[in-house]
Ligand binder design. Structure first.
Ligand SMILES: NC(=O)c1ccc[n+]([C@@H]2O[C@H](COP(=O)([O-])OP(=O)(O)OC[C@H]3O[C@@H](n4cnc5c(N)ncnc54)[C@H](OP(=O)(O)O)[C@@H]3O)[C@@H](O)[C@H]2O)c1
Length: 318
């Protein structure tokens, strides 16, 4: 699998990341291990987790995904050679939603223990915290980096101007800023007033901002829970629009003239976009993950991309 540089860090990560949200919870250990093995067999090297995964499931309290990864890394030993990302900032158990220094430091210790590693390669602020000065959070990340507990920091569910504010603060103090932005992103476009709660959708403005600042982009929920492969399933309410009906028609047209599935074309479209967005793929079983991983070998022509990206209404000519 091809690799891409993570922001300005010099770290090379594969063009598809592996989302591990339900590993060790909804997906049992055997299945989760097999999916990670499969991802590695395809040349993947980037695992995405979070301290709170998957605390919202019955019988879970958070940390299940990190502990599962920890057990898998132990079995693999040095052969694992992966870039592991996890996150802090959303609430779970007794931990509040917060990017306060004490929370970042204490949650990092817990994540290190659960993952069984000495250093987290990429530590994400999972969501913006309006209660805590961003300088305090950036200082906490700086201290963790100085102590060798994290290598780099990323932001998730941040608006571009918040990210700029954080990085300006960090740079002025000679601390490291966020090297990547992880947002909700897929082929379909949400309606302008669609609500996603705590989740932040990647906007064209953010894409432009990240391109200018050489900040990598990662997409979570790239397949909308598998909706593209379901012939008769209704689109989620936030995505119901005329524009998306047209986009689905374009996707179906390309699916019928190529040997690829709609899920694969959506992932490939993301990989062909500029700047390139790194989709976090996953699956409930080997078949799904295989299908998703095989999208890296698809070559879309500019005609294909035009079909998928074509405007709904012709632009003004004046
Ligand atoms: N930063 C954040 O706030 C945030 C938020 C959410 C997720 N994430 C990260 O992003 C990762 C991916 O998110 P997601 O799970 O929402 O991604 P998604 O791609 O939208 O949905 C994944 C689900 O879609 C179905 N699916 C996947 N591939 C399929 C295929 N080829 N055919 C049919 N169905 C398929 C499976 O569900 P079924 O088998 O149940 O149908 C699978 O569990 C997570 O693991 C996590 O690491 C981050």
């Amino acid at each position: 699998m091809r690799k891409i540089t993570l922001g300005k860090t010099g770290i090379e990560i594969s063009v598809l990341g592996l989302g591990t949200m339900y590993f060790g919870s909804k997906l049992d250990e055997r299945t989760s291990f097999r999916l990670m093995d499969l991802y590695q067999e395809h040349g993947g090297n980037f695992l995405d987790s979070a301290n709170k995964y998957a605390s919202w499931l019955p019988g879970c309290k958070g940390g299940e995904s990190e502990m599962l990864i920890g057990r898998w890394l132990k079995r693999k030993g040095r052969a694992a050679d992966l870039v592991v990302a996890t996150k802090v900032g959303f609430p779970y158990g007794d931990v509040p939603r917060s990017l306060k220094k004490e929370i970042i430091i204490s949650e990092c210790e817990l994540s290190l223990q659960r993952l069984g590693v000495e250093c987290i390669d990429l530590y994400f602020a999972h969501a913006y915290d309006s209660e805590t000065p961003i300088e305090e959070s950036m200082e906490a990340f700086y201290q963790l980096k100085k102590a060798g507990k994290i290598r780099h920091v990323g932001a998730s569910n941040f608006l571009a101007w918040r990210l700029e504010e954080a990085n300006s603060q960090a740079t002025s103090k000679d601390w490291e800023g966020f090297c990547c932005l992880q947002q909700r992103y897929t082929y379909l476009e949400p309606s302008i007033r669609a609500e996603f709660g705590n989740q932040q959708v990647l906007t064209p403005g953010e894409v432009d901002f990240c391109r200018e600042r050489e900040i990598s982009l990662m997409a979570y929920s790239p397949l909308l829970g598998g909706i593209y492969g379901k012939q008769k399933a209704a689109l989620p309410l936030q995505y119901q629009s005329l524009a998306n009906e047209q986009k689905m028609a374009s996707l179906r047209a390309l699916t019928s003239k190529t040997p690829f599935t709609a899920n694969q074309l959506v992932l490939s479209w993301m990989l062909h976009s500029s700047p390139q967005v790194i989709p976090l793929v996953t699956g409930s079983n080997e078949k799904q993950l295989n299908e998703n991983l095989e999208s890296v070998s698809i070559s879309l022509t500019s005609e294909d991309m035009n079909l998928l990206d074509g405007p709904l209404v012709e632009p003004n000519t004046y």
